[in-house]
Design a protein around this ligand. Structure first.
Ligand code: 6R9
Length: 652
């Protein structure tokens, strides 16, 4: 331990490997005596000054604080304390996209040294505490280094998924007023290069035109592909690395100082910069990682998410590394070079805990059991899923074929805004039901409400359903929307005043299990990724031939939900397949590949009420092929529009 850090000596309460009764008792205590419960948990982290205040929050008006008088540094907790305890412990095992490429292994000491150098590089480029740094990276260890380098000096990172377009990246740079970018020459996925640096260059030009000047770009050489460097702005990481000192004292941060911003889609407007605090977020990531995945020292944990999503933040970087775990980081995709890639990687690295998305399982399942059975998966001890509801067929296949009928599956329900898992089984403690996220985590009090906000009472033996709200704050909760606290209040705390509205629907069964049924707002969950219908609509209307667009979700075998876009064209424009293809290309350029509609339905008119509102309910039903259940169409200005739409329903 260096002199600058004064850790709390309190031992953290061990709550892993509980029984169901112990879980019930600990959960009940976490609600009855939150101060006592959280006081027992703060020793999980090293603090410069341990907090004396636990939760101090209000949801009306919205003002959320946890551990507010604590002082801490996240990178210290994720690096130095483990490096000092065990110099050789492996932090990251990196598996490349190309199975023939060499595996990289970084010990905690090596990772710390790289992070401290990168932190010094950021300082040399002019980054100050509180500055926002945009990270646009492939899945390589340098992505985690970049995040932790920001955390080390108190800069706020904003990771943008490498699949987003220049336009989306620029929007995020502008919103965050981010003057610094960390990127790589190229990424590689499924054997194909992704021109990250070129896209970042284009985004910088767009941001500059909008008044935000990117002063410095730090570029990691990954593939060695040809790129152009802008003089005085762009700097190679390997060059700067050789010049900066190898040590960097972590910046003591107030518990409530922001750790990062992560943009996510909602039902209205542009993506929101969800802001997470330092201590509360880190404690939540740490506690949920250790308990939900029952992590034991020396085990290899693999989360297949990209660091561009919150799952990667919490369960590749902050959760595992703050717990001294060994994480596997994978650059590639499940289907390349062949559809057994996941199982081959598990076998190769003897992975113990595997965490993935239902959409990946559904895609893999189609090819049967043989690609799985070809590999030795005996190292696996625990399986997990996240991102969307898992249908029982996929759950059962995962359990039977991957888990050999033996391994528990933790179906973890949570959101970008929640920081980490909120409703989830605890392995060993929770009897599992296929497709249910099961029970609330410690400190979490979920409830269901009617549309008017009235609470729906539940008693054992009854089954209820409604909109999922949370009744009290938890340390990992997002604190605000960057630069727009009013929007934070409006989005989450206004529909049901004083309660946090998740945007999800759920039901609670007779045994008290929670089943998440999916979004009830205008958000589509495509392959576990959130996409706002309004965002896709505004991308479509950016095309000069488009008059109006209405986008809805529809059930999709692999993706969970697909994107169905109804589009009306400007007068005189002919509908054609070529135009539909051009509209898809527009969405790809405006947002990115994940937002491209599966179907573009060019139609002369949209169903509207007499007051001019688009009736989305009808559009959803038609996209779902549910023509018999259109409900009341009598308020439509022109009911014949519906018949024409049904007639034109694509791929019926
Ligand atoms: C972690 C993450 C959040 C939305 C959420 C819900 C859906 C996530 C789920 C799940 C059912 C699960 N969701 N996990 N639905 N069961 N286990 O995915 O964050 O990208 O913000 O998405 O994903 O609809 O509201 P994020």
């Amino acid at each position: 331990m260096s002199e600058t850090i004064h850790p709390v000596t309190q031992a953290a309460l061990a709550i892993t490997r509980t029984t169901a009764e112990q879980y019930q008792a600990a959960h009940a205590r976490s609600l009855a005596d939150p101060d006592g419960f959280w006081r027992d948990q703060i020793g999980r982290l090293d603090w410069y000054r341990a907090p004396t205040v636990m939760g101090n929050w209000s949801w009306d008006p919205v003002d959320i604080k946890w551990f507010e008088d604590g002082v801490i540094n996240a990178s210290w907790n994720c690096l130095d304390r483990w490096a000092e305890a065990d110099h050789t412990r492996t932090a990251i095992i990196w598996e490349a996209d190309d199975p023939k490429a060499k595996t990289r292994r970084l010990s905690y000491a090596e990772l710390r040294d790289e992070v401290t150098r990168m932190a010094n590089a950021l300082v040399a480029l002019g980054v100050d505490k509180g500055d926002r740094v945009t990270i646009y990276m492939p899945m390589i260890p340098e992505a985690a280094m970049a995040m932790l380098a920001c955390a080390r000096i108190g800069a706020v990172h904003s990771v943008v998924f490498g699949g987003f377009s220049a336009e989306s990246l620029a929007g995020r740079i502008e919103d965050a007023q981010s003057r610094f970018i960390i990127t790589a020459d190229e990424g590689r996925r499924g054997g194909k290069p992704i021109p990250l640096k070129a896209i970042a260059d284009e985004a910088c030009d767009k941001a500059e035109a909008a008044g935000v000047n990117v002063e410095a770009m730090l570029v990691i050489r990954h593939t060695g592909g040809a790129i152009s460097m802008v003089e005085d702005r762009d700097h190679w990481w390997h060059e700067i690395r050789a010049e900066v000192p190898a040590t960097c004292t972590p910046e003591p941060m107030n518990a409530e100082d922001p750790l990062f911003i992560l943009y996510t889609s909602g039902s209205t407007g542009k993506p929101k910069g969800v802001l997470h605090s330092t201590a509360g977020y880190l404690l939540w990531a740490n506690l949920t990682f250790e308990t939900v995945f029952d992590y034991r020292a020396g085990e290899i944990f693999w989360c297949t998410a990209d660091v561009g999503w919150v799952t990667g933040h919490s369960y590749i970087v902050y959760g595992p590394l703050s717990a001294g775990a060994t994480v596997l980081m994978f650059e590639g995709v499940p289907s390349w070079p062949a559809n057994d890639r996941f199982w081959q990687v598990i076998d190769k690295h003897k992975v113990n805990i595997f965490y993935t998305a239902p959409t990946a399982l559904r895609a893999i399942m189609r090819d049967g059991d043989e690609p799985v059975n070809r590999h030795d998966l005996s190292s696996l001890r625990l399986l997990g899923t996240v991102g969307e509801p898992i249908n029982p067929e996929a759950w059962n296949w995962y359990h039977r074929v991957v888990g050999k009928g033996q391994l528990p599956i933790v179906d973890t329900w949570w959101q970008t805004e929640t920081g980490g898992a909120l409703i989830t089984p605890l392995p060993g403690a929770t009897p599992l039901k296929a497709g249910s996220a099961s029970w609330p985590f410690f400190g979490i009090e979920p409830a269901l409400v009617e549309a008017d906000g009235s609470l729906i009472a539940w008693t054992p033996g009854t089954e209820i359903s409604g909109n999922l709200v949370l009744l009290r704050s938890w340390p990992g909760q997002a604190r605000t929307v960057f630069g727009d606290h009013e929007r934070f209040t409006q989005t989450y705390f206004t529909a049901y005043r004083g309660r946090y509205f998740t945007g999800d629907g759920a039901r609670r069964d007779a045994d008290g299990y929670w089943w998440i049924t999916g979004r009830v707002d205008d958000v589509i969950n495509v392959s576990g990724h959130r996409m706002g219908t309004a965002e896709v609509e505004s991308a479509l209307v950016a095309h000069p031939d488009v008059a109006e667009a209405a986008v809805v979700g529809f059930p999709h075998d692999i993706k969970g939900q697909g994107i169905y876009a109804y589009v009306t064209l400007n007068a005189g424009v002919e509908a054609s397949d070529a135009l539909a293809a051009a509209l898809k290309a527009t969405v790809r350029a405006e947002i990115g590949g994940i937002a491209v509609p599966d179907h573009i339905h060019l139609t002369p008119a949209l169903p509207k009420t007499r007051s001019g509102k688009i009736m989305r309910r009808i559009l959803r039903k038609i996209a779902e092929n549910e023509f018999g259940a259109l409900g009341d169409t009598s308020t439509l200005a022109d009911p014949t529009v519906v018949d024409a739409l049904i007639e034109g329903r694509l791929n019926r």
